[in-house]
Structures are given as C-alpha cells and as structure tokens.
Design a protein around this ligand. Sequence first.
Ligand code: FAD
Ligand code: EPU
Length: 339
Amino acid sequence: MSLIREKQKLRSFNTFGIEASCDFFTEINSIDEFKTLVNTETYKNNAKLIIGGGSNLLFTKDFSGLVIKNNLKGLEIVSEDAETATVKVGAGEVWHDFVMWCIDKNFCGLENLSLIPGCVGASPMQNIGAYGVEIKEVFKELEAYDMVTAEKRIFTKEECHFGYRESVFKREYKDKYLIASVEYVLTKNPKVNVSYGAITSELEAAGVKFPTIKDVSEAVIRIRKSKLPDPAETGNAGSFFKNPEISKEKHDQLKRDFPEIVSYPLPSGNFKLAAGWLIEQCGLKGHEHKGAAVHTKQALVLINKDHATGKAVFELSGYVMQKVFDKFGVTLEREVNII
Ligand code: FAD
Ligand code: EPU
C-alpha cells in the first residue's frame, strides 16, 4: 500500500484548481492494497473520499478525513463474438484514453463520449453522457468493494439504477462502495449515432458524408474544444448544473412567455430545458464573484477565473440559481459533487 500522507494539498487533484487540503491522503494501485488500507486505524477512524480525476468535485472547505486516489488499472477484452466485444477496464484508467483505445480497435459505442475528463471509475457513478449517448447504453456490469468490509460485489445494469447523471452510487450507496472496474459491451459493426444536431453540422462542415466512429470522435472533440474550457488552463468541472426537467404545463407557460426557450421533449411527456440558455438569458455570461465566473462561451459552466475559493464558486452557483428561479420559476440542481 502507498504511504498515508498527512495534510496533502489537493489543488492538483481537482480540475477546479481549488486550494483545499485533506487530513490524510493515499493512493491505491491494487485491491490487495485497498484491503490492507481498510484495516488501518487511519482508515477506520476517518471519513473517506475516493477520487479519480477530480473533474466533478468542488471542495468548498478542507476535507476532514482520508482522500483515496484510485489508481486501479487494467484493460482487457473478456469475451468476443462476431458482433460484440466485452471489455473490462480498471477504474483508475483515464476515460478518454480508454475511448481512444476502443476507437483504435473499431469498437463502437463510446465515441460520442470522447474527451470527457476523469477516470473510468466515475463513469457509472455519474452515468456520464454527451452528444446523445450515456454510458448506460453500453454498460454491462461493474465490480465494487464494500468500503467497510472490503467484500467484493458485482452490480448489474439494473442494480445501478442509472438516470440522467444519476446512479445508485450517488444516492443510497453514496460513499459505500469503491468501484474497481467496469465492463462495457461494444459493437464491432459500427453504427454511428449522429442524432445530436451539433455533430451533424460539424460533420457537414468537415465535408464528411459517411462518418466512421473516428470521424464522430473527432467532431465531438472539435465541438467540445470550441466551447468548454480546458481545465489545464482554466479551472472548471464541466456543467455545474443539470438541465432541468419540467412538466408540459410549465413548458407551455414558459413557451408563451419566452418563445425562444431551448427545450427538448422527453418520452414521459415532460420537457428538458437547456440550463445554459436560462442562465444566459439572465444576463449572467461572464458574471464574476470573488474570482469565480460564469463561462462566457457556455453559461452552464462555472470557472475558477482568478484564485477563487470553493466557497466563492458555491456562492456564485447559488446566485445563478436564484436569478434563474426569479426569471423563469425553474429550480436548477447542481450536478457537481459538493464536498
Ligand atoms: P471525480 O471528480 O474524481 O469523482 C466524482 C465522484 O465520483 C465523486 O463523488 C467521487 O467520490 C466518486 N468516485 C470517483 N471514482 C470513484 C470510484 N472508483 N469508486 C467510487 N466512487 C468514485 N461529464 C459528463 O457526463 N459529460 C460531459 O460532457 C462532461 N464534460 C466535462 C467537461 C469538462 C471540461 C470537465 C472538467 C468535466 C466534464 N464532465 C462531464 C464531468 C466529469 O468529467 C465526469 O463526471 C467524470 O466522470 C468525473 O470523473 P473523475 O474521475 O474526475 O471523478
Ligand atoms: N445554450 C445557450 N447558452 C449557453 C449554453 C447553452 O443558449 O451559454 C443552449 C444552446 O441553444 C445549445 C443548448 O443550450 O444549443 C445546449 O447546449 P450544449 O449543446 O452545449 O449542451 P448542454 O445542454 O449545455 C449538455 C451536458 C454536457 C454535454 C453536452 C453535450 C448536462 C448538464 N450537460 O450540456 O455535459 O457535454 O450536453 O451533450 O447535461 C457535463 O456534464 O459536465 C457536461 C459538459
């Protein structure tokens, strides 16, 4: 097991670049190391926080407890037939590297999720999604370890209760399991998904008529680079809020008052609103608060513009929520995990 260090600074472990620290910090490179860790007094006597790439976290204060950086690696094809390949990938693998590996093998299913920061372990926790695809569509199962007993448990897709940026690991099993590896079932006869408008226009602009999964991945990467800030340059955690779901009645009322509103019908009859549009209409693009700001190219993203504290980012998020509520009567929900 790696050493347990005391008073670790966490700035380089969160993409917001927030200056926070934790009482104890360690890294795990194998399940055996995790099992050894579970028996230590430091582990038993402290609150725990598992992190991967730290790209969906906001530290609003120092963490009183033990931060565990998950470095469990591994990438293997566990079974294969003419149509599909089942791939098992370690939670500590970098998500985008895994997506690139799939594209290289011509395994289809994850190309729309190119360039999402972070590690594989958080992908089912968040049910990450982008450009018309969520991981639940190709997820098979995951291997997890009980945070108290270190006992192994397999979670099937049904047991994960995936929803929009939701899973059982954000709700009843929050902080109860270490996710160690994930299995995805990918298609070997590629059928690309270009349903998301921005991809279609990006491919058209590039003159691509019959896109391969590599073309789709490259289009997604170009779109993302054009509007999302690169955490290496500007601290952020992607979309700070979820796109809210509202009833048809509420949608009809908003449509009357704001004919330009950006919304998408859902199979349930409800509607999803583009939260970025709501925030932009409140005149908040570029709005600053104590070094935190609303991103000018994408209002759903809050950034650490100039040495902001996590508390300042959190306060800004509260201000945005209040403004959106006052103008539209819609309550935004934070998507980022607040620590
Ligand atoms: P972390 O931030 O380290 O952790 C996130 C949560 O998962 C925490 O609660 C943590 O405790 C828990 N966790 C992490 N690993 C484990 C594990 N092994 N076992 C148990 N719990 C664990 N997300 C999208 O869905 N779509 C996007 O398009 C998207 N775009 C983004 C763009 C940018 C520029 C940024 C900065 C973020 C974006 N995100 C997006 C959010 C983020 O990349 C994802 O949520 C990602 O999956 C987080 O991975 P991570 O390893 O950094 O998780
Ligand atoms: N819009 C505006 N102004 C803005 C931002 C957006 O008007 O400042 C409107 C535009 O009309 C645009 C629409 O909102 O067409 C949707 O914007 P975009 O395509 O950028 O997507 P999003 O809804 O803002 C969601 C995800 C992203 C994901 C993209 C692409 C959530 C919370 N966010 O953003 O995920 O990459 O779609 O699929 O669902 C993340 O989770 O961190 C994340 C970045």
